[in-house]
Design a protein around this ligand. Structure first.
Ligand code: MCN
Ligand code: CUN
Length: 796
């Protein structure tokens, strides 16, 4: 007699299963791009520009060609013969693959050497002689838009200046009226500095073109293999079915592995020309200096307020520095990504955002690093503005937020910029957070400490953010609509394989997708393997970023499982010799409604699909689902930090940090907590120590791990996580919302707000991140704001 199975025991929804992928990772048995060795494989190294802006007068590669073991030297000139010196970007701009006319940032790719081993290739790069004529350098939007500024993109027609776009959203006139009616206007100017995702594994690829089969196989570090296949088909003009992109194990992506980089393109062309596999593995400095920057954006923000604290309107202007090429990898039609998701958590009647993007002599970037496309900046600006507004009003930080929250009975709620938020319990989350940090008590302690000259501070950050691009109506990449997919094959014995169009980079999909199958079908999670990242086997999907895997691919897994269950029900009816209407489902088992003891397990149905199907039924138990979500998902979070600042040194220590995350139903609570802790660690890093910037000549400062600091367990404070508030996503099949970026998005403002709170009363309104001790000390000592905008003063 069959029995229903216990969901937690079989590793279903809510089970804190250990990550199955860690079995190989912690044994050193992962299979990363650099682990792959193909017969006859050659190695590629990239020569990068030492200058930030210069005309290329000549490139002499003859000495490199002479070095034994060198097989090919690629320059822009050779790329141009294949129409590959430039490539299109995902933001409809163009980007140099190898420089032909000018170099436009330090670290730009100028030439590639392909040789028998990487050392020969590296030596040969040094033998290439490039004659540069230096040009004036631009490293911030003010310089970019100054009278007489040199034109960085003189390669483009119709580009008379350095402005990429001027864009706006919202209601300008209505916002103007709200500001006229305000009792008080709170203003704040900020810079969110450049930051870098710096995954432990750098970028790399192995291109393997086989002339005999005409097939191109590329192993590469990409978060979105199918998009790369489409891009290669378009750019290299190869037939799509002859391109196979394999994304093996990935050692962290964090957004760094979404864009298309010149190294990928060059390795592909080199393999086609040489008819041998060509491996390119980026080094750390190459990764830090040339790939996937994030942020680098300036804000002028204003909130119109009524005396009692009600927000009447919001005005924001942002200036984004995109570097030398506009290569944001983001799928929205909005030039500034989802910046206008700012203030979605608050009931703001009217708002207006203007955004300008400019070129500079810096590596391209702007959208990457746990951001959901500028949401990180949006929420940072929002929460810094909220803190300043409450201070300007003389109001309590928590009370000010609570008063302006979208209330639980206001959903679905249209934000002033047009997004539709659909669920949440914001006030309840705040209550949990305040209780956990012992808010009232801390405020008392703070006042007492202040009277003795000690600076304590408390920072709150509350936010809801849009995670999970698409829906297909509003989001696309190169015209390809945003949806995702899953395929489930149940084998004869009731074991299964799941493939999706997403690509895990450490998030644990191999564990969690199996849990969704366990929840939907009652097949134990350990009987389900998950495979992602191979375009020849995975169904078409858009990859993993924007915390979209659970909202979209995860939903597809549930939907595919439901199709399987529908077929299994027919098989069960056949086995039980009753009509389908008389069959009921409980986890892992179908039974006869009138005789619950008579039942068959899902595994028995699987056997029947191959060995005993009814006449006329198609054999097998497999299905695929493509899922187009009706909306983004809107998780909510409250982050509260307490700090003590030492006025004598500017050093600040975190006393406590509390995080309350509501991401709807948690598939695997332990994995969710891991995502939150990782995000909070990155938030702490960005606010306290991560510093990558530029001097007046455009030299990248922070292009190594001596200068660009990654916090280890030693520096990282402890975090107290709370999971008691759960608001299921109303449109997701299992009620889950994304979580992968929440803590990195909402966290930084909590740390900065805490330090600024400690400094309240000193007249200091802002210190730009990172809040290095010298900045904090300078602010306290000279009672002035500290800007983090480049250029940095060098050697003063
Ligand atoms: N999850 C869950 N319950 C939920 C939501 C998520 O159990 N309600 C689980 C998921 O099943 C998945 C993990 O949590 O195993 C993250 O899910 P999700 O929020 O859907 O995010 P993605 O899988 O799409 O991951 C992308 C996100 C992004 S955009 C960045 S950037 C980032 C992040 O994930 N990069 C990471 N976290 C990272 N974590 C690691 N280890 N490495 C990276 O490169
Ligand atoms: Cu924006 S970094 Mo994540 O979306 O890969």
């Amino acid at each position: 007699m069959s029995q229903a199975v216990d969901e937690i025991k079989i590793g279903g929804l809510g089970a804190s299963r250990k990550r199955v992928e860690d079995n190989r990772f912690i044994r050193g048995k992962g299979n990363y791009t650099d682990d792959i060795v193909l017969p006859g494989m050659l190695h590629m190294e990239i020569l990068r520009s030492p200058l930030a802006h210069a005309r290329i007068k000549s490139i002499d590669a003859s000495k490199a060609w002479d070095i034994p073991g060198v097989r090919l030297v690629l320059t822009g000139e050779i790329m141009a013969t294949r129409n590959l010196a430039w490539m299109p970007t995902l933001s409809y701009d163009t980007q140099a693959v190898l420089a032909t006319d000018k170099v436009r940032f330090q670290g730009q790719e100028v030439a590639c050497v392909i040789a028998d081993d990487p050392y020969i290739a590296k030596d040969a790069c040094e033998a290439i002689v490039v004659d540069y004529e230096p040009l004036p350098v631009i490293i911030n939007p003010t310089q970019a838009t100054a009278e007489g500024a040199p034109i960085i993109r003189d390669d483009k027609e119709n580009q008379p200046d350095n402005v990429i776009y001027d864009w706006e959203v919202g209601d300008a006139a209505g916002t103007e009226r709200a500001f006229e009616a305000a009792d008080l206007v709170s203003k704040l100017e900020l810079h969110y500095p450049r930051s870098h995702p710096s995954p432990i594994e750098c970028c790399g690829s192995i291109a393997d073109f086989n002339r005999a089969t005409s097939k191109l196989t590329v192993y590469m570090t990409t978060q979105a293999p199918h998009i790369i296949r489409a891009a290669v088909a378009m750019v290299a003009e190869l037939p799509e079915h002859m391109i196979r992109i394999i994304s093996p194990d990935i050692g962290g992506g964090f957004g760094n592995k979404v864009p298309v980089y010149p190294g990928y393109v060059c390795s592909i062309l080199a393999s086609i020309l040489l008819e041998r596999p060509v491996k390119w593995i980026e080094d750390k400095t190459g990764n830090l200096i040339s790939t996937g920057f994030a942020r680098d954006i300036y804000l002028k923000g204003e909130i119109a307020l009524r005396r009692d604290g009600k927000i009447l309107g919001v005005r924001m202007h942002t200036d984004a520095d995109h570097g030398a090429f506009f290569s944001d990898a983001q799928p929205s039609k909005f030039k500034i990504g989802l910046m206008h998701s700012a203030f979605a958590a608050y009931d703001v009647p009217v708002a207006h955002l203007t955004a300008r993007g400019t070129y500079s002599n810096k590596a391209p970037g702007g959208v990457a690093y746990r951001c959901s496309f500028r949401v990180t900046e949006a929420m940072f600006f929002q929460e810094r503005m909220m803190q300043a507004a409450a201070d300007d009003l003389g109001m309590d930080q928590a009370a000010f937020r609570r008063m302006n929250f979208v209330r639980d009975d206001q959903f679905p709620h249209r934000t002033p910029f047009g997004f539709l938020t659909d669920s949440g319990q914001y006030a309840k989350c705040l209550d949990v957070g305040l209780k956990a940090i012992d808010y009232e008590n801390f405020r008392q302690q703070q006042a007492e400490a202040r009277s003795r000259g000690r600076l304590l501070g408390l920072g709150i950050s509350t936010m809801t953010e849009p995670l999970g691009a698409g829906n297909s109506r509003e989001y696309d990449i190169l015209g390809i609509k945003m949806f995702d997919s899953a395929e489930i094959k149940v084998h004869l014995t009731g074991k299964a394989i799941v493939r999706t169009g997403a690509r895990t980079q450490g998030q644990g999909h191999e564990t969690t997708w199996a849990q969704i199958v366990a929840h939907e079908l009652g097949i134990p999670a350990e009987d389900v393997v998950v495979e992602e990242g191979d375009t020849d086997t995975a169904p078409f999907g858009m990859g993993t970023y924007a915390s979209r895997s659970t909202p979209v691919a995860g939903a597809a897994v549930a939907m595919a499982a439901r199709k399987i269950r529908a077929k299994a029900r027919k098989l069960a009816a056949h086995l039980l010799e009753v009509s389908e209407e008389d069959v009921e489902w409980e986890l892992g088992r179908f039974y006869v409604r009138s005789a619950p003891d008579r039942g068959v397990t899902i595994q028995e149905c699987a056997v029947a699909a191959y060995a005993n199907m009814p006449d006329g039924m198609e054999p097998g138990l497999e299905n695929t689902a493509f899922y187009d979500p009706p909306n983004l998902t809107w998780p909510f979070a409250v982050y509260i930090v307490t700090v003590e600042v030492d006025p004598a040194t500017g050093v600040w220590d975190v006393l406590n940090m509390v995080a309350v995350d509501d991401c709807g139903i948690r598939i695997n609570p332990m994995i969710v907590e891991g995502q939150i802790m990782g995000g909070l660690t990155e938030a702490y890093a960005m606010s306290s120590m991560q510093f990558i910037t530029f001097d007046a000549d455009g030299n990248c400062v922070g292009s190594n791990y001596m200068d660009y600091l990654l916090p280890t367990a030693w520096e990282t404070p402890g975090f107290e996580l709370h999971s008691e508030v759960v608001t299921p996503c109303p449109h997701h099949p299992i009620g889950a919302k994304g979580i992968g970026e929440c803590a990195a998005v909402g966290g930084p403002a909590a740390f900065v707000n805490a330090v600024m709170d400690a400094l309240s009363g000193t007249g200091v309104r802002n210190i730009d991140m990172p809040l290095l001790p010298d900045r904090v000390w300078e602010a306290i000592t000279y009672r002035r704001d500290i800007s983090g905008a480049p250029p940095v003063r060098s050697d003063e």
